[in-house]
Ligand binder design. Sequence first.
Ligand SMILES: *Cc1c(COP(=O)(O)O)cnc(C)c1O
Length: 400
Amino acid sequence: MNINRTNITSEGSLPMEQIVAIIRSVIEELNVPSTLHQPIFRGHEWEYLKDCIDTGWVSSVGSYVDRIEQMLAEYTGAKRAVAVVNGTAALFIALKLAGVEPGDEVLIPTLTFVATANAVVYCGATPHFVDSEFATFGTDPAKLDHYLGDIADIDSEGARNRFTGARIKAVVPMHTFGHPVDLDPLVELCSRWKLEMIEDAAESLGSFYKERHTGTFGRIGILSFNGNKIVTAGGGGALLFNNEAEAKLAKHLTTTARKPHKWEFFHDMLGYNFRMPNLNAALGCAQLENLPDFLASKRKLALRYIEAFKNVPGVKVVKDSPFTKSNYWLNALVLDEEVASQRDALLDATNENGIMTRPAWILMHHLPMYENCPRMDLSVAESLEKRIVNIPSSVSRICA
Ligand SMILES: *Cc1c(COP(=O)(O)O)cnc(C)c1O
């Protein structure tokens, strides 16, 4: 992605009418809805859902659950995928399996959806907020490395925060709007600092970093199939594993930890009922079959936006880098710093004209339950928070 901060109008104000007109003409040309993101069902969705109802397999067991797990493993290149009830539950289980314990700290971006932080707290651990880089919106490996040098030591148990005394157990990069974090230096940093990496790939199904699917670089990766994601199961999530034994344990843990037996209900550990119902898996399978078509449609839309906004003063549309392939889940306008104060006026101008736009999330360290958590300097995320406006990004109503 390439965001420079030049070319502002002489008056220093955003050309609101022009921006509205450009978005309208692009989405009309490509037959894209004016909502931010809505699902599209034009494959085998009805057929598979009807099959669940006709056969009675609607709930916690069924062939579509196995099938979606196989499809996900095959597509992402992970050794195994385990389907669960949503992405948040997947994150929680991933952190637990990686050994995150009460009192630990977990490094997560402040620029993320609240689920990333919540999952850390569900483990009894503390989110420790990390800054983004402009180029990816995601974790800045160099800045994080420098920061760890200032605040952490390594002992026999791994990294320890010199100021809080807590063990720093893991890093959770998040691939914002589908754009991959710069993973190579982050993987290297994790091995040097003895940190587990759990990838929050909830937004990046179909995104690749140097030809390898996001979510397969860390110890565990997670996906989400919420209604607003690139592929929906109505609701759902998945864990991606490179380790067969760990995947087996995840399946056991998320299905109440019951030992298989003819009639006995013997549970050998504290388990969770985090299964993905077969109905949801059926919807997800049908959607996944269309993923290549969805990706082509989204790439086309993103490239049209990039082209159309090329000479518009004050705004940039983010583009993936030569070594990444974004799924372009959500397109974002990034306002130049000089016009950041006009973000809300732009939100008004677009929404009032029937074009749905939204700001990025409020940063995690600005939320009441997270305002006292440890953090590094977060100036890039602070700047991005004020400057990002997401614009309509659904798949086209007509095939790509
Ligand atoms: C959607 C999302 C999740 C998980 O979402 P669920 O709604 O629980 O499936 C987690 N992290 C990020 C960044 C997300 O966008």
